[in-house]
Design a protein around this ligand. Sequence first.
Ligand code: SF4
Ligand code: SF4
Length: 138
Amino acid sequence: MTAKVAHKIVLHFPQQTWDRPIVCMLAKEFDLCFSISKAEITHEEEGLVVLDLSGAESEYKRGIKFLKEQGVRVEPLERDVTRVEAKCTHCGACLAVCPTEALDVDRETWLVSFDPGKCVACELCIAACPPRAMQTAL
Ligand code: SF4
Ligand code: SF4
């Protein structure tokens, strides 16, 4: 019996891939099931898609290989981004780069909040954060 696998992954689509139905091909060609939980365009014009992908292990591997051949960068969502609260100076430098508003500012207190539920682990805030408060576990 074929083993089944299911993973939550982040796909990074370069702009030249936007007009291709790459995600649909995962179902059509490899019989994989997918459920998209987030889709955003970053300021660098990269498409970010967070999805649950599942299916037979051998087809899953072929599907991931196909994505990479199309120029799509694939990362596990387990590559979670976190904020070290004690390091955050609420300078706001991360706000301009975050594509999902996971980083947001309270207009009354001017404190910057981080909502991990909205984060797609694009890591753009990591380089943008002067005190290195934004970090990845990996
Ligand atoms: S850039 Fe870093 S220090 Fe500044 S608000 Fe964002 S997380 Fe906090
Ligand atoms: S990694 Fe940073 S910039 Fe990217 S979505 Fe998460 S909080 Fe926003």
